[in-house]
Design a protein around this ligand. Structure first.
Ligand code: HPA
Ligand code: ZN
Length: 326
C-alpha cells in the first residue's frame, strides 16, 4: 500500500482539536448569510489570504472573529458534523474535541446552545461513522480565574457529558498557576485535566501544568525539549503530548517542518501524538499532519504506527475500548 493509504488506514485518535478551529471559510460565509452576521472579508479567497500568522496571537485574533458567525444550535451541529465527516475519511476512530464556551457566552450565546449542537453531532457521528468522541471544555487563559469559575458553573448540568477541562488561548503571561483553583475544582467534580503548555511558553509552564494543575495530558509541549530533566520526567511518567505539526509551522513554533522535533520526541521516549489543532486555519486535517511530518522528517511506517498507537493509549477511552482499536 502507498504511504498515504497506510496513514489513513491506521486507527487514530485525535486528541488536540478545537472545534471552532474547524470552521472552513465556505461554512463561515454560509453561516454569516444564514444568521445575518457581517464578516470583514469579501470572499472565501480573501479569508484564506488572511491566514498568514507570525505568532499565536495573530491567529487567535482572526479565530475569535471567525467564531462570531456561530449563533444557533444548528450552526454548532453543522460545524461539528463537517469536522467528523472529514475526520472519519482520515481514519479517525475517536476524537476528543475542545470547545471554548467563553468565546460564545461572552457574545450572548447560551452555553446550552453550544453544547447541545455539539452533542447532537457527536451522536450522529457515532451512528453514521462509528466514530466515538468526547468533549473537553477549555477555559480561555487570557480571561480571569473568576470567569473560568463562572464557565465551570454554567457547565454543571452537562458534567456527565464533559470528559475534561483544558486551558487554551494566549499562553505568554498567563501561566497555568493562574488557574490552580479552578482546575482543582474541576478535578473534584471528576473531570480529567489537560492544558496547553510549552507552545510559546517556557518549560516552566509545562512544569506548572504538571505540578500545580496535575494534568493528565500536555497539549503541544514543544518547549519542554529545552529542559532535559523535564523531558526525562515526562518520558518516565508516560505523559502524552498532543503535538500539532502544521499548527507549529503556521504559528512559527518551528521555522520549517524539516526542523520539526516529532521524531526527537519519540527517540527521547516521549508519548508524542500527531493532531490537527485548528485544521481550517492551518491548512490540513490529521492525515495531512501525519503525511507532512512523514515527508519532512523521513518517518518510517513503524514511527507512524507508534504515533497512532500513542493517540489511542493517550485517550480518555476505557482500556477495553482502546484495546479494541489497537
Ligand atoms: N494554542 C492556544 N490556544 C488555541 C490554540 C492553540 O494552538 N488553538 C485554538 N486556541
Ligand atoms: Zn490547541
Amino acid at each position: 500500500t502507498s504511504l498515504d493509504d497506510f496513514i489513513v488506514r491506521l486507527p487514530k485518535a485525535e486528541l488536540h482539536l478545537h472545534i471552532e478551529g474547524t470552521l472552513e471559510p465556505e461554512l463561515m460565509f454560509a453561516l454569516a448569510a444564514r444568521n445575518g452576521v457581517t464578516i470583514p472579508f469579501a470572499s472565501v479567497e480573501a479569508v484564506r489570504a488572511a491566514y498568514r500568522f507570525s505568532n499565536l496571537q495573530d491567529f487567535l485574533d482572526i479565530y475569535y472573529a471567525g467564531a462570531s458567525v456561530l449563533v444557533t444550535r444548528q450552526d454548532f451541529h453543522d460545524l461539528a458534523m463537517a469536522y467528523f465527516t472529514r475526520a472519519a475519511a482520515d481514519g479517525v476512530v475517536h476524537a476528543e474535541i475542545m470547545f471554548d464556551p467563553q468565546t460564545h457566552t461572552d457574545r450572548g450565546i447560551a452555553f446550552a446552545t453550544v453544547i447541545e449542537g455539539l452533542l447532537s453531532a457527536m451522536a450522529e457521528a457515532e451512528r453514521r461513522f462509528g466514530l466515538t468522541s468526547r468533549l473537553i471544555l477549555c477555559f480561555l487563559r487570557h480571561l480571569s480565574e473568576e470567569a473560568a469559575f463562572a464557565t465551570l458553573a454554567m457547565a454543571e448540568p452537562w458534567l456527565d457529558r464533559i470528559t475534561a477541562v483544558g486551558l487554551d488561548s494566549s499562553e505568554l503571561g498567563h501561566p497555568p498557576a493562574k488557574f490552580a483553583r479552578v482546575f482543582a475544582a474541576a478535578r473534584a467534580k471528576g473531570l480529567k485535566l489537560v492544558a496547553h503548555a510549552g507552545e510559546e511558553g517556557p518549560p516552566d509552564y509545562v512544569r506548572e501544568a504538571l505540578d500545580i494543575l496535575g494534568v493528565d495530558r500536555i497539549d503541544h509541549g514543544n518547549r519542554a525539549l529545552e529542559d532535559p530533566a523535564l523531558v526525562a520526567r515526562l518520558a518516565a511518567g508516560g505523559m502524552t503530548l498532543t503535538v500539532c505539526p502544521l499548527s507549529n509551522l503556521k504559528l512559527c513554533v518551528v521555522s520549517d517542518l524539516a526542523d520539526h522535533p516529532i521524531d526527537r520526541m519519540l527517540a527521547a521516549g516521549l508519548h508524542a501524538t500527531v493532531n490537527s489543532d485548528d485544521p481550517a486555519y492551518f491548512g490540513g486535517y490529521i492525515a495531512d499532519n501525519y503525511r507532512a511530518v512523514a515527508a519532512a522528517r523521513g518517518l518510517s511506517r513503524a514511527d507512524l504506527a507508534r504515533l497512532a498507537a500513542n493517540s489511542l493509549t493517550g485517550s480518555f477511552l476505557p482500556a477495553e475500548a482502546i484495546a479494541a482499536h489497537l
